[in-house]
Design a protein around this ligand. Structure first.
Ligand SMILES: Cc1ncc(COP(=O)(O)O)c(C=O)c1O
Length: 376
């Protein structure tokens, strides 16, 4: 390639962008994104147009790829989520939203006339997905902490007993990180004598570490779900938004379609798929291992507990769901929310204690909060 020289103005723009990104990364407590990944060993790969187009489990004529690593990533999550031994399949997505879209697409192909049930605390992308897929849905109430209201679910399924059921369960809602219980959901469906059903677990933030908790929340394949989607840039960490979706292979086989142009199966939502994300996730899994992931979870849970207690000490009504790393607080003054990038919905906000968040950072935030609220 020819020498790459920017004109002075563009170079300055680039420098300023980097400065801004660095500063914003340091004051970042409101979104579930890990910032402590280290991909120095992988920088060389950014020089290549890696593309895992098509199905990761079927070779393609396009060979500049990371299919082998992608398969290992999917296998790791299939084992973590106790997917049936010879009956799982999946791929690395562009994020949790795509994973949910894929799972809902699969569910629709299996049960075209189904009604989709999901709670009012569900991520905004799900409604868009249902619209794109032309699927009908019913929004179910939640309790005060964001968990689905099982009696409302039971009632609504009962009112529509002539229709197959698709439930989208939240394993960590966006605002309060509440978990819906997949076993309870399955019992409700069975008690309604409904034979055709599908349960998808949206485990964007919490799935990865929930699988390692003891006692483990009920959400995985053995507990009764048919698919799980997570985000890769959330708990694991990745410089590019990414995700993983794991489904039952027998279900995916029903919608696979061979395409001669790519020499692979057109089983994924997008055609071209970036080959770098699978590599970043593979590297994170290999370097951390299960023990490293457990340590990350322990750290986050401890920091979340510390944050809740410190905030309550200064009179802020902070709370968190059991075994969660999200601390829910009343919406704070705008300037502070802006600086620390705290999302606000209705009158609540939250701090998400991702693995990179330290006690020092929390102390810094609390000192600023005290100053802002003019507390002693
Ligand atoms: C519960 C839940 N589901 C899905 C998503 C979407 O994930 P992504 O941003 O990776 O597409 C989010 C994002 O925060 C989420 O909180």
């Amino acid at each position: 390639m020819n020498s790459i020289l920017l004109d002075d103005k563009s170079q300055e723009e680039l420098n300023n962008l980097l400065k801004n990104i660095k500063a914003k990364t340091d004051s970042f407590l409101g979104y579930p994104v890990s910032k402590d990944f280290n991909i120095e060993a992988l920088i060389e790969f950014l020089k290549y147009p890696m593309n895992n187009l098509g199905d990761p489990f079927v070779k393609s004529t396009y060979g500049v790829d990371s299919r082998e690593q992608e398969k290992e990533v999917v296998a790791f999550f299939a084992a973590l989520f106790r997917a049936p031994k010879e009956n799982w399949w999946g791929y690395v997505t562009n994020g949790g939203s795509e994973g949910n879209l894929y799972a809902l697409y699969l569910a629709r192909e299996l049960h075209p006339k189904a009604m989709v049930y999901y709670s009012e605390a569900t991520h905004y992308s799900v409604q868009k997905n249902l619209h794109l897929l032309n699927m009908s849905g019913i929004v179910i109430k939640t309790d005060k902490k964001g968990e689905i209201d099982y009696s409302d679910l039971d009632h609504n399924i009962g009112m529509n007993r002539h229709l197959p059921v698709i439930v989208l369960a939240n394993i960590g809602t966006t605002m309060t990180e509440a978990r819906d219980d997949v076993s309870k959901i399955k019992t409700i469906i069975r008690n309604s004598a409904i034979k055709s059903y599908y349960i998808h677990a949206d485990a964007a933030l919490s799935g990865t570490y929930s699988a390692l908790l003891n006692p483990k929340p009920s959400f995985d394949f053995e507990d009764g779900c048919d698919s799980i989607a997570i985000s890769g840039h959330k708990f694991l960490g990745s410089p590019i938004p990414s995700g993983v979706v794991v489904v039952k292979k027998a279900n995916r086989d029903r919608i696979a379609r061979a395409v001669s142009y790519i020499g692979s199966l057109d089983t994924t939502i997008t055609g071209s798929r970036n080959g770098h994300s699978p590599l970043f996730l593979w590297y994170a899994i290999k370097t951390l291992g299960i023990e490293g992931l457990k340590k990350r979870a322990e750290h986050s849970l401890n920091v979340a507990q510390y944050t809740t207690e410190r905030l309550r000490e200064i009179g802020i009504e902070a709370w968190k769901n059991t075994d969660s790393i999200t601390v829910v607080i009343p919406a704070l003054p705008e300037q502070l929310s802006k600086k620390w990038q705290l999302a606000v919905e209705d009158d609540i906000s939250h701090l998400i204690c991702m693995p990179n968040v330290s006690i020092e950072q929390i102390d810094h935030f609390i000192a600023e909060l005290k100053a802002e609220l003019q507390l002693a």
